[in-house]
Design a protein around this ligand. Structure first.
Ligand code: NAP
Length: 291
């Protein structure tokens, strides 16, 4: 593995990139593994992607792996040589491996990262009722996971302020996998949160101090898990309310962590040792919450 990473560069493409937490996570792993490599940010606009990815085909390029974030998770696909089966089904890529023949292979670790966290908190989606707020890129990966699980949820309801966007998402995912248990609803009330086992916030609402909770408190109950993909602040108004109602509540920082771990494992073709993962998590939390 040392050879694989010798003086290698890894990085994140997206626009704008702002305060990304990915460098801290991956550079911690390189250091812990005593590998000479670095993870950097590559902010770029859509029109720059094709040229950038073409240059990676050069055998002298030092770049061996990428993460991809908004707004390029779909934009990169036409320029890749192959997609792994899950990324094909999601229709979005957040990880690119540049293999030894300089072929660019796309993966999606957002969905598996989310699932790894759900498993860690002990939530088994089989036969459950799931409500999702937001139908953007993150929801796309999550809906795909709920369509591909061996034991699927009983129902997945999804609401977005832009109903057409939610309909297009479900139609698109449904064109590749069975999404017959996924239903787009017209309003938050139609999400049936009062009988849901899992409520997921996949909108950015909750990131700003002044953001209201999208859901009224009386809909939440103690037999549910409330999962907010927003992780800064660590406790959004939604999570605060959920806690007050006795629901289990978690934010999305561990999803970010697991998608990073899985991306790293694709690049390095190894399983990261537990102590390395623990260091990555420690540094990620520290950087996120300035602990
Ligand atoms: P996105 O593509 O912008 O999708 C968000 C969706 O929510 C959009 O369709 C948006 O509609 C919709 N929305 C906004 N306000 C709404 C409201 N009041 N009610 C219902 N729907 C509403 O963003 P994303 O990439 O999916 O990310 C969503 C959130 O998850 C962000 O906060 C992001 O930081 C977070 N995230 C976390 C992780 C993690 O690892 N923890 C990973 C990915 C994303 P409009 O476009 O019409 O506004």
């Amino acid at each position: 593995m040392m050879d694989h990473f010798a003086k290698a560069t890894y990085g994140l493409i997206g626009y704008p990139l702002g305060h990304s937490l990915s460098p801290v996570m991956h550079n911690t792993a390189f250091k812990a593994l005593d590998v000479e490599a670095e993870y950097v940010l590559f902010p770029m606009k859509k029109e720059e992607i094709e040229g950038f990815l073409k240059e990676l085909k050069d055998k002298d390029s030092p770049i061996f792996g990428l993460n991809v974030t908004v707004p390029h998770k779909e934009n990169v696909i036409p320029f890749l040589d192959a997609l792994d089966p899950f990324a094909t089904k999601v229709g979005a890529v957040n990880t690119v491996v540049i293999d030894k023949n300089r072929r660019l292979v796309g993966f999606n670790t957002d969905g598996p990262g989310f699932l790894a966290h759900l498993t860690e908190v002990g939530f088994d989606a089989a036969g459950k009722r799931i409500a999702i707020l937001g139908a953007g890129g993150a929801a796309r990966a999550i809906v795909s996971v709920f369509c591909l699980l061996g034991s699927r949820p009983d129902s997945v309801r999804i609401y977005d302020v832009d109903k057409d966007k939610a309909v297009a998402l479900v139609q698109d995912v449904g064109s590749r996998v069975d999404a017959s248990h996924v239903q787009v609803v017209n309003s938050i009330d139609d999400l049936n949160i009062e009988i849901a086992d899992l409520l997921i916030n996949a909108t950015p609402i909750g990131m700003k101090a002044a953001d209201p909770s999208l859901v009224s408190e009386e809909l939440l109950h103690s037999n549910m898990l409330v999962y907010d993909l927003v992780y800064n602040p660590p406790e959004t108004p939604l999570l605060k309310m959920a806690k007050a109602k006795g629901a289990k509540s978690v934010n999305g920082l561990k999803m970010l962590f697991y998608q990073g771990v899985l991306a790293f494992q694709h690049w390095a073709e190894i399983q990261l040792p537990e102590p390395v993962k623990a260091r990555m998590w420690e540094e990620l939390e520290k950087a996120c919450y300035k602990k």
